[in-house]
Design a binder for this molecule. Structure first.
Ligand SMILES: Cc1cc2nc3c(=O)[nH]c(=O)nc-3n(C[C@H](O)[C@H](O)[C@H](O)COP(=O)(O)OP(=O)(O)OC[C@H]3O[C@@H](n4cnc5c(N)ncnc54)[C@H](O)[C@@H]3O)c2cc1C
Ligand code: FES
Length: 295
């Protein structure tokens, strides 16, 4: 199966149903078959057939639960559905999700295989906006946060520079989801030994230098636009770097989500304009509206 391609300018106009800028929840969750589960090093990719569902925008997410054995156990967990970014949509509507087993919900989803079923709600939330005219997109991912960058790269194509950071070589196998990525690992077992934000800092300083050279010689030079998803300390470092270099950035954040469509207020995050519900006003927020990314 090949990943469906679309023009980045169309990406934000394909939302299924929106209230102004917000995406409305679809009417109900859908019971859908799992078509495959594949191991990618320390991660699993779960593929779900959703031929009749609305096509997601890159950066949007779905609420997922296994159709069987989800709650009702000894400790009633996982019970609530869990939020997952869509990592890829194939031409036949199959959706890929990249999973890291961190608790009861992800553990149960990582047990599923072809023939099992899931409850799926979405696509939900606001995804990435296209880069400003002529700006080179730089995608920066950390760990399982690379998921929404894969579908975004499908849309942006070869113009995007991809920088990914992982704990070690086993986790770095997740990078196979994207093309032509530069990789950093904490332990140096693959790629650059260090943080992915060190790769970003080098890129941004190169952009800044070329931009100032262009200004002094009267040439027009457009810069970069950063798209990032990963753990909060990584996102905070990306936010701070982009502020330092005056580069626009869109950050895909995470928060604990119970409903996924604005009803429970469990996902609020502070912005310069007050608290927002990440599930309807995000999960992608402009870095400029954040004082800092809270861990
Ligand atoms: C918009 C969005 C997109 C996401 N995309 C992905 C994805 O593509 N792949 C993936 O593996 N995970 C993703 N997550 C995180 C995923 O929802 C959590 O890992 C999952 O809910 C954990 O459930 P659990 O029952 O396995 O573990 P739990 O026992 O519920 O949690 C295990 C640990 O993870 C922490 N945790 C739980 N949920 C979150 C959360 N939402 N944000 C930060 N920490 C959390 C808990 O505090 C705990 O320490 C996403 C979350 C959001 C909000
Ligand atoms: S998850 Fe319920 S309001 Fe956001």
């Amino acid at each position: 199966m090949s990943a469906g391609r679309l023009d980045p300018r169309e990406a934000t106009s394909r939302r299924p149903a929106s209230d102004g800028d917000r995406t409305l929840a679809p009417l109900g969750r859908r019971r859908l078959p799992v078509v495959a589960r594949r191991e990618h090093g320390a991660y699993e990719v779960l593929s779900v057939a959703d031929a009749d569902g609305p096509a997601p925008d890159p950066g949007q997410f779905f609420m997922l639960a296994a159709a069987e054995r989800w709650g009702g156990g000894a400790d009633e967990r996982p019970f609530l559905p869990r939020a997952f970014s869509v990592a890829r949509r194939h031409d036949d509507g199959t959706l890929d999700f990249l999973l890291e087993d961190v608790g009861p919900g992800t553990e149960r989803l990582c047990e599923l295989g072809a023939g099992d079923e899931v409850w799926l709600l979405g696509p939900l939330g606001r995804g990435f906006s296209p880069p400003r005219h002529g700006h080179r997109p730089i995608l920066v991912g950390g760990g399982v946060g690379i998921a929404p960058l894969a579908i975004w790269q499908d849309v942006l194509g070869a113009s995007a520079l991809v920088l990914l950071g992982f704990r070690d070589a086993a986790h770095a196998e997740g990078a196979a989801l994207l093309r032509d990525a530069r990789i950093a690992t904490d332990d140096g077992s693959r790629g650059h030994h260090g943080l992915v934000t060190e790769l970003l800092a080098a890129e941004l300083s190169g952009f800044a230098l070329r931009s100032s050279q262009a200004r002094t010689s009267g040439r027009r030079y457009t810069g970069a636009e950063v798209y990032a998803c990963g753990p909060p300390p990584m996102l905070e470092a990306v936010r701070a770097l982009c502020a330092e270099y005056d580069v626009p950035a869109q950050l895909a954040l995470e928060a604990g989500m119970a409903c996924g469509f604005g009803a429970c207020f469990g996902c609020v995050v502070p912005t310069t304009g007050g608290y927002v519900r990440l599930c309807v006003d995000g999960p992608v927020l402009d870095a400029g509206v954040l004082e800092r990314v809270i861990d």
